[in-house]
Design a binder for this molecule. Sequence first.
Ligand code: PMP
Ligand code: GLN
Length: 388
Amino acid sequence: MTEPLVSRMRAFGTTIFAEMSALALRTGSINLGQGFPDTDGPAAMLEEAVRAIRSGANQYPPGSGVPELRQAVSEHRAARYGLDYAADGEVLVTVGATEAIAAAILALCEPGDEVIAFEPYYDSYAASIALAQARLSAVTLRPVEGRFTFDPDELRAAVTPRTRAILVNSPHNPTGTVFTREELTVIAELCRERGLVAITDEVYEHLTFDGVEHVPLATLPGMRERTVMISSAGKTFSVTGWKTGWVCAPAELVRAVSTVKQFLTFTASAPWQLAVAHGLRHESAWVAELRGGLQDKRDRLMEGLAAAGFAVLRPAGTYFVQTDIRPLGFTDGLELTRRLPELAGVVAIPTQVFYDHPERGRHFVRFAFCKKEEVIDEAVARLKRLSG
Ligand code: PMP
Ligand code: GLN
């Protein structure tokens, strides 16, 4: 049989997360690759999910999401960011942020349109853009004084008459950068001047460190009306397996995204939605504690990786720390991560797979710190073998 997969998807193969998690399982390695926590979310929120199932929330909820969650999202956006989104018409619940991103791109991009994303970028962006037969235009984030950032001139030069949208992920996976108000202002000006839609991936909105605050792009002047703001419960409440996300945007944009979303999944699972509504309403203290704990884990892993010989970049947010492997005598992160189980019994993610220009990220490897202290310590002890 000839290759059954459509040509536009052939370059994608298996995601690096699936590959590396399978490698960890197969070799019994410590998995600091795929970003998922090894501890549970708030107990009362888990109980809410059980209660929801037991009390009969087991049939199709409305396509836009259960009213309780849409209302909780609306109140949460207003309280946290001063952003008003009507629960009815301006909030759409999705199957994780992944579906929201895909539906937004499929809804807004014609074939041949261009979407700007900052590389290294989360892998689903390129796949969703390819599905839409649009084109990804990558603007590179480079380390400047230990923090990944972009050159405003490069960003401006990337906009063409075909540019439809810009995907903005902050806090940024995989670099850990949290865009400053100044960086967001550059992006916002460009969106306004060139009539671009912003699709913001804010799944790590609560996971920032050292007092750095996450600023939603939609809060900048003139941006609410042109921004599709995407969040997810997975990272906020340590329930990555629940796949519950949401879109907030003006009604016209939500209608467009919903039109596509209804034919991808029609609706998202009901019980999780009720539990996440509880989370948004009652678990902000738990989230604050998670954030503090993660900052300590970040410091612990950074210190350990530095002691093991890596050059370490300090992330201001997310679950992830970037390392430069060259001080250890390695040059290719993909090669190193494929050998890391055998060399050290640890799994990590090669950053170069998130680039259109892989040579720009060849020497970076990403480690996740959303793990128990003892797991981090054991991983570090093993990684010290690399220099020993
Ligand atoms: N965007 C980014 C930047 C991510 O790291 C992830 C992984 N959580 C997602 C989107 C996907 O989120 P979800 O699991 O809610 O689909
Ligand atoms: N967001 C997680 C990460 O970046 C993994 C998501 C996935 O497995 N697709 O590691």
